[in-house]
Design a binder for this molecule. Sequence first.
Ligand code: DC
Length: 205
Amino acid sequence: MIIAVDGPVAAGKGTLARRIAGHYRLQYLDTGALYRAVGLKLLRDGKDPHDEEAAEHAARQVGDVALDDPALREEATGEAASIVAANQAVRAALLQYQRDFAQTPTGAVLDGRDIGTVVCPDADVKLFVTASAEVRARRRFDELAAKGIETTYDAVLKDLEARDARDQGRGTAPLKKAEDAHLLDTSKLDIEAAVTAACKIIDAA
Ligand code: DC
């Protein structure tokens, strides 16, 4: 059983994918963390994320960064991740890792941007989780405020729209809904309602 969960930044797909994995007892991989790990490795090594060769090299050594390193969640890391995610050699280097993970005998849930379209085009169930940019920015702003990080709603919205444009506009594996993915708009749903809606889709499949 492979479940693909894709969608834009701050749509709630990480929380949702984790909950789905718990509910159906499947392994969970946050593929964004892989791109963040590549970005973080470059920043730590003093390299420019736009340096394509250095980024490819870092992607080959992605295992060097623990996927639960708190620095992965920092804004600067997210920015670097978004830049390296547009690099085709980086994506190729991370593809096999993701496909191997998906073949876990117990089944797996992977969340990201291109799971249903590129990484696991034959996934048993594909969800495309989204919400309006304003709702996503509000959620992200509240998250940052809870962590004590000072910013403004407008700055968060601007950053989110820039990241959406980069994720959707890149030539390789852009963020887009797979034709056979189920659309789940969480703009008006809290997490419990989103989990219920997702389980309904998965059970029917
Ligand atoms: O979901 P996230 O914010 O942790 O992802 C970090 C960056 O990695 C984001 O800019 C999109 C990119 N990404 C991607 O291109 N493909 C994936 N499967 C997962 C993330």
